[in-house]
Design a protein. Sequence first.
Length: 397
Amino acid sequence: MSARFSPVLTACPFCQWVGLLALLLAATGAYGQPSHLIVEGDIYTLGVVAVPGENYEWRFYTDHMLLHEADSNHLLFLGGNTGSVIPIQWLKTGLYYFTVAAIDPGGCMNLKVGLILVSPGTGVPALQIVVDRNPVCPGDRVTFRATTRSADNRLVYQWLKNDVSVGENDPFYTDTTLRHNDVIRCFLVSPSVQSKWDTAVSNKITMMVVSPSAAFRIEDNQRGVKGACRMINLSLGADDFFWDFGNGQFSAEESPAVTFTEDGTYPIRLVAVNKLYCRDTFYLSYTILFTGLYIPNAFAPDIKGVPGSLFQPAGINLKEYSIEIYNNWGDLLWESAALDELGQPAEAWDGTYHGAPLPQGTYMWKVHAVFRDNTLWTGSDIGKGRSKTIGTVTLIR
């Protein structure tokens, strides 16, 4: 912008008016950028430092004698010619003289005189693109805006993503499929003053699309306890975590511990979040089946109605099961293969053979069992880490 100003003139010397003795003039472009050059077709804003209670009026002339006022062929007031700030579209090359009058509530007026030089355009308008935010999360709706100083209403916009055409004839471009390091730019085609088509190329915007990567693994049977699990967090680029274990329990720890106490398949969900609140979700299913089989080593059938009065194996989640009781001569005294709906042994031995009580003594049992997870029962613990599928039970009289 070229601008010169005359000294401040005071229309009424008797006025006690101090505020306007140093009026300041500022010019900004259509999109708020400061500039020292006005080009034909540009929209620029002129302004003064406002004083409360004062009114301002602007006038523009095409001669230094201030006799010929500029009309709509020269410039357009986009918001009127009054006020401390006025946007103007400059339509014609030339030297313009202006006055800005400031009038206070008492009727006193100060006047400033200056000039504006509007230069001819190049035929190719300046083009700049901006984005509403960067970096962004995957899937975010991102809008790009092209700004130009050209006054031509026949502009054609061509948007490119990674040099591939993605949008045309609109100063705005919206994308929800951006990836990291995608490059966005815009071409602008406009007829020049020579009636030929010229192309303006915008700046490039390289997008940063950031996302955490959620992942984890499960370490179960912690401390030898079935159902006790530790989540080992393998996430990358995350700052916060949210866990849903599928059993009504939750955690915000990085690598939490959880204990499952009931049979089932649990969908475990991890949501990893970074500082931009971008998130990623990872799932693993954890299936647990509590199994076991216990064979008692003594019972007393003559003590009726109390625990231990019957030889009652205890188990859970059995799919196959058979037990046999023998005397010292190898005679089969009792057997059972009955299971209830929970996979528990359903029958007990009362210490009789064909209805007759057997004498006190030691008897041998033999068991075969397979659980619902198809694991084979390896027997009762007989100490030192060993187990057997045969053993003895004492009948007490």
